[in-house]
Structures are given as C-alpha cells and as structure tokens.
Design a binder for this molecule. Structure first.
Ligand code: G1P
Length: 291
C-alpha cells in the first residue's frame, strides 16, 4: 500500500525560541512570507500525502485556523482586484475538506507518545512522520525521495544526513552497515548518544516512513533519553522483525527549533525568493562588510 497519511507532531512549546512562541505556535513563525509549517506541509503534499494528522496541544488552535477557510479575509481580498495574487496564495493554504485531522497530546511525554496519539486516525496502514521543526529544501521533496525509495524497499525508512561531531548528541544516530547509492542498510539506532559513543555521524533528520506495527510498540515503550518516550527506541525494536533502511536525502536542512537554525532558514529562503533575493543579498553583504 502507498503512503497516504502523514503525522506531524506540533504539540511542543518551542522553549528554545521563547518568548517568540509565548502566544504563537512555533510552527507558525514566518520564514519570509509563510509559516515554517507551510513548507513542511508542501513537502508532504508533493510526496502524494492525502491526509495530514496534526498532533497538537493547548494553545495551538491557530494551526487549525491557518489551514481552514478564512471567509472574511478572502472576501475582503476578492473585493480588490489588485489583491488577486495574494488571494490565490491565501487560498492555496487551505487543506481540502476531510484531508486534515487534529488530535491532542495532553502531556509532553515525548515524540514516541506524540506519534502514538495518531494511532486511531492512521489505522492499519504505512504512514509518514514529518517533524515540522525541520525544513528540508530539496527537489523532489525529501519525503518524495523517500517514497520513491520505499516503492522498492517497502518496510520502514528514516531520512539521515551527516552532522558535525560536536552536535551529534542532540539527535538520533544510526549504525550504518552498507550502502547502495543513497540507501543505507543499518544494524541499529540510538537516541541522543554521548558524543564518544555515537555509532556514526549520520543523524536521523525528522522524516520517517513507518509500518503501523510501530503503534503497538509505542504503547508499551518505556521512557528513554531525556526521560521521554522516544520513537527511536520503538524503531529499534521494530528492526528485529521488519526491514529498516536509512536514506541519505539530497537536499538542505534547516532546524527551525533553534535560534540560529531559524535565522539560517529565513536567510536561505529570502535569498531564493525572487521578490526578496536582490535586496536580501545586498543587506547581507552590507552586514558582512560591517557597515
Ligand atoms: C527528534 C528525534 C531525533 C531526531 C531529531 C531530528 O529529536 O527524537 O531522533 O534526530 O528529532 O530533529 P528532538 O529534536 O525532538 O529532541
């Protein structure tokens, strides 16, 4: 069966970018002219995803509103012919009727628990997980690359990319065995290992294709790194009975959960956007020259 559904955990408080996220979900912070989350939703849609399950929490209601019809705004824009382009952009953000579900993670028990909260909505079929802190700029989209690989491998796939040694202990890390192009056979994974125990420099990027059997494992999963229920720990158990690959995607990644990563995402997208590219380049050059 193809990958039709994607889970996006959006319950986190965004403590690394407070106070910006005190009253705005961190996923809705703008990267140039659209929220970070829009880039991740676009990535999923490009990969053929038909239904997105948002795992939300208290104070995240603005995410539901963002993907909904905005009747008054659209009517106001429609009344002015000069706003036709903006109206089209606003209308593009609407997810089709029935194509999104929202369920709440009531307590911050970890990524594994957040994914488990989507169990009933996903049901008995393979699905994708995209962590919206991470924006991946890639053509085709990162998840689209993974879906293509999945058509040959089946089973489970995690996206990976190399990370500098000093940052490795902030991530899930794989133990690679052999490679076939971008596809990597692996023998293990570990969540947030101490630097000297990391099995490689390949970190899990926040994009997954998983079989539904993961849900029963998550239900039984005890706490792991950081005292949280970790998705990585249940994936390690699933590896005992199912095929698991890592996929080193072709693209560029921005971790918008951190101040510097968010800044980099804004700069990179401003330099790419035809509306802002020239001015952004000039501004950066000016600051780089210290004038
Ligand atoms: C999560 C995952 C980790 C992965 C990371 C990617 O960690 O648990 O395996 O490497 O996302 O961003 P978190 O950033 O939620 O601590």
């Amino acid at each position: 069966m193809g990958i039709r559904k994607a889970v996006m955990p959006v319950a986190g408080h965004g403590t690394r970018v407070l106070p910006a996220t005190k009253s705005i979900p961190k996923e809705l912070l703008p990267v140039v002219d659209r929220p970070a989350l829009q880039y991740v939703v676009d990535e999923a849609l490009e990969a053929g995803i038909e239904h997105i399950v948002f795992v939300t929490g208290r104070g995240k209601g603005a995410i539901e509103d963002y993907f909904d019809e905005a009747f008054e705004l659209e009517a106001a824009l429609a009344a002015k012919t000069s706003k036709a382009d903006i109206l089209a952009e606003v209308q593009r953000t609407k997810l089709p009727a029935g194509a999104a579900s929202f369920t709440r993670q009531q307590a911050p028990l970890g990524l594994g628990h957040a994914v488990w909260c989507a169990k009933d909505i996903v049901g008995d079929e393979p699905f994708a997980v995209l962590l919206p802190d991470v924006i991946v700029r890639a053509k085709p989209s990162c998840l689209a690359q993974m879906v293509e690989a999945y058509e040959n491998t089946g089973g489970n796939i995690v996206a990976v990319d190399p990370v500098p040694e000093e940052k490795i202990s902030s991530y899930g890390v794989i133990t690679p065995e052999s490679r076939d192009g971008r596809l990597i056979r692996m023998s293990g994974m570990v969540e947030k290992p101490p630097r000297e125990e990391a099995p490689s420099n390949l970190k899990i990027t926040g994009r997954y294709i998983l079989q539904p059997e993961i849900f029963d494992l998550l239900e039984e999963q005890g706490k792991g790194a950081g005292g949280e229920i970790q998705l990585t720990d249940s994936m390690v158990t699933l590896m005992e009975s199912q095929s698991f690959h890592a996929y080193e995607f072709d693209g560029e990644e921005f971790d918008c959960g951190s101040k510097a990563g968010y800044f980099e995402a804004v700069v990179a997208h401003a330099l790419q956007n035809p509306e802002t590219a020239d001015e952004a380049k000039a501004i950066l050059a000016r600051y780089a020259a210290g004038t």
